[in-house]
Design a protein around this ligand. Structure first.
Ligand SMILES: Cc1cc2nc3c(=O)[nH]c(=O)nc-3n(C[C@H](O)[C@H](O)[C@H](O)COP(=O)(O)OP(=O)(O)OC[C@H]3O[C@@H](n4cnc5c(N)ncnc54)[C@H](O)[C@@H]3O)c2cc1C
Length: 497
């Protein structure tokens, strides 16, 4: 762990700002430093107000910070997420699940190859597939004690505002100022000072720009936005809520439901579903998008906002003494919940990279992180659908990053060696994320998978045994777990007076 700067000012009190405060305070604490961290947030500007799915990295971060997961679930109204259910992406009427547990952790490589060679879904040997199907919590009970169903980290669905408020409560020692940055004085080394609306001036050794789409700090330093409009086909979002019916069981999975001009997310919290239609405004209008969603849902909706997405990233997220995090640094689109994940991994880089050449190494790693997720997201749009102008245009415009990979994987199953390891061994998009998506879209080659095992009958037999054992073990383990909603309610009841 590298030394934390002595005085840090974080501007922005959204999820990114409070994640930064917590993780930078933790870095200082572990290094035995008495750092000074200030968060400037503006109650007049507000946060983005959407952003409800995470990846497993969020849970790893809570554990790293020593934050009680059950308190998090209870106080934020969060639910458990095992992955993403992709409906109507390959073709209308087809659905596939992308579980996020990496079974290579327990079974080594090769199980996916066996599954594809034998014409089975790669998701079948995942614990999370069975927990999703049975809508179970990741815990059973033995002798009155909670027992984890498996070794894998799961993710959460939550209300971004409640999660942000929770993180804020768990950042003791961090000074918070409710004000707005009005002036940024720059010099050779980056930012010299910030002037707030109240007239107060702040200066620091490190400035963290978490001002969302405003980019209030990194903008004046000359950072340039690299747009991804040519790669990602959606550019506008219409979030809305749907009530959760009393007693209705909660699916521990994000629904990503492809539509005529994009896709709709449906994410459960303990009180409601956070939903939204992400679409291409070159292919539909807000009015037509709303009518389309009301038709598929069979009821009226009330859009909460009209968000324009300018997908892309900064050319440099770190300039001088200023680092941009969260939406100020990059945004793709909501698919695969890459944004909060990206912020956490960026904070791990920021606090973990060696001192020498740190800013350059950080910028290169962040650029790679965002670009690789962009290409992974675009892969989801490789579809058999041609039923609307949107899907026809998407099919006619796949970028080389997608078509080259598809050509490669038509000849061989995706392997870990197809991906350069990410700095510090941090989680990144690799074959464990690609394989269920490619399989679900029908893009993996059974011929190639069979060929990979053809000359090794002993390995094939061993994989068959492991696969069979895992499927029955995970089916049995899921059956023993508590139903999801009663589990979440029990957390509330434990603390009811
Ligand atoms: C449609 C949509 C869906 C999304 N879905 C997901 C998802 O499922 N999963 C996921 O991981 N991410 C998702 N995201 C991204 C996610 O919302 C963000 O990564 C996350 O909420 C962090 O936002 P932020 O803190 O960077 O910005 P914001 O939430 O916008 O916070 C900005 C903060 O900066 C402050 N501020 C702004 N200007 C100033 C100023 N001049 N002075 C002082 N303070 C200022 C504001 O008061 C606010 O506190 C989604 C985003 C969109 C648009």
């Amino acid at each position: 762990m590298t030394q934390a700067p002595a005085r840090i000012v974080i501007v922005g009190g959204g999820t990114a700002g409070w994640l930064a405060a917590l993780m930078l305070a933790d870095q200082a604490r572990r290094a035995g430093q008495a750092g000074e961290i200030t968060v400037v947030e503006s109650s007049r500007i507000g946060t983005i107000g959407v952003g409800e799915g995470t990846t497993a990295v969020f849970r790893q971060m809570l554990q790293h910070l020593g934050i009680d997961e059950m308190a998090f679930l209870r106080e934020t109204g969060a639910t458990v997420k095992y992955g993403i259910r992709h409906r109507d992406w390959r073709r209308v009427g087809h659905s596939y699940d992308g579980p996020i547990d990496d079974i290579a952790q327990v079974a080594g490589p090769g199980l996916d190859t066996y599954a594809v060679a034998s014409g089975r879904s790669v998701a079948e040997a995942h614990l999370f597939t069975h927990l999703m199907a049975r809508r179970r919590a990741p815990f059973g009970e033995r002798d009155g004690r909670r027992v984890a169903a498996g070794p894998f980290h799961f993710a959460y669905h939550f209300d971004q505002a409640r999660a942000g408020a929770f993180l804020k409560r768990h950042a003791p020692g961090v000074r918070c100022i409710d004000d707005q940055v009005k002036g940024v004085e720059t010099g050779e080394d980056g930012i010299k000072s910030l002037t707030l609306e109240s007239g107060q001036r702040l200066s620091a050794d490190l400035y963290v720009d978490c001002t969302g789409f405003a980019r209030a700090l990194i903008g004046p330093l000359g950072a340039q936005w690299i747009g991804f409009g040519d790669v990602l086909p959606v550019n506008r979002a219409m979030p809305f809520w749907i009530d959760l019916a009393e007693g209705e069981e909660i699916d521990p999975v994000t629904l990503a439901w492809a539509q005529g001009a994009g896709w709709m997310w449906k994410i459960p919290t303990q009180e409601r579903y956070g939903c939204g239609y992400v679409y291409s405004d070159a292919h539909t209008t807000p009015e037509a998008a709303q009518a389309e969603i009301e038709a598929v849902l069979g009821h009226r909706i009330e859009p909460r906002r009209d968000i324009r997405i300018n997908a892309g990233r900064l050319d440099r997220a770190w300039i001088g003494n200023c680092v941009a995090l969260g939406l100020s640094s990059s945004f793709l689109e909501p698919l695969e919940a890459t944004s909060i994940h990206g912020t956490i991994v960026q904070l791990m880089l920021l606090t973990g990279l060696p001192e020498a050449g740190r800013a350059a190494a950080y910028n290169a790693a962040v650029a790679r992180q965002v670009d690789d997720f962009r290409d992974f997201i675009r892969m989801h749009y490789v579809s058999e659908r041609r039923d609307t102008p949107f899907w026809r245009d998407v099919a006619a415009s796949h970028p080389p990053a997608v078509t080259d990979r598809l050509a490669q994987w038509a000849e061989a199953m995706p392997q870990r060696r197809d991906f350069t390891p990410f700095p510090l061994g941090l989680p990144h998009v690799e074959q464990q994320l690609y394989t269920p998506v490619l399989d679900g879209l029908g893009l993996l080659s059974q011929r190639a998978a069979k060929a990979a095992l053809a000359n090794d009958p002993r390995r094939r037999a061993a994989l068959r045994r492991t696969h069979g054992a895992l499927v029955s073990e995970y089916r049995r383990a899921a059956g023993k777990c508590l139903p999801h909603r009663p589990f979440l309610q029990s957390l509330q009841e434990d603390f009811a007076i």
